[in-house]
Design a protein around this ligand. Structure first.
Ligand code: FES
Length: 173
């Protein structure tokens, strides 16, 4: 003699469990809710990412606006023809180089290579600025990238001579 299990109070209505009345989602409904929740997370995540991107762009553009205040660099007669003088501009942690070209013109640039930020140095024999990290080369007369990985020119520091002293007056990026 076999005994079959008696239906419990939760399964009495034509095989429909009572819990289904309390939680009426079908499997398909649950999937729709999951997709909706996923879409919500996706939209929220995209919003957060977009806001972060806008914030980063704003911060970067504000940094670019920090083009320095006028600052005396060195006495002109201290800079040899076809030679360089190192200084810091626009901030105390920004290496820069002042160059007196063979024709006597003064130019100045940030020393940070536009490839990965190594410090460039002046090569007087070639009138070029050279980056030792990956052999990037910049034209000393214009700051333009002319060889190697850098694709952008060095930021130019505007200079002028006031009463025999060379002044940095701003940065052009
Ligand atoms: S960091 Fe200057 S060439 Fe790469």
């Amino acid at each position: 003699m076999s005994t079959s299990p008696q239906p419990g109070p939760d399964e009495q209505d034509a095989g429909t469990p009572v819990w289904l009345n309390d939680f009426p989602h079908t499997a398909a409904g649950e999937e729709a809710v999951t997709r909706r929740a996923f879409t919500r997370y996706l939209v929220a995540g995209s919003g957060v990412f977009a806001a972060a991107t806008v914030g980063a762009a704003a911060w970067t553009s504000l940094r670019d606006l920090d083009d320095g205040t006028p600052q005396a660099i060195v006495e002109l007669d201290q800079v040899p023809e076809n030679g360089a003088h190192l200084f810091r501009y626009p901030g105390p942690h920004d290496p820069a180089v002042l160059i007196r070209l063979p024709e006597g013109e003064l130019v100045a640039y940030s020393q940070k290579c536009t490839h990965l930020g190594c410090v460039v140095f002046y090569e007087p024999d070639e009138t070029e600025l050279v980056c030792p990290c990956h052999e990037g080369i910049f034209d000393a007369a214009t700051g333009a990238a002319i060889a190697g990985p850098p694709e952008r020119a060095l930021p130019t520091i505007e200079v002028e001579v006031r009463d025999g002293t060379v002044w940095a007056i701003g940065v052009t990026r």
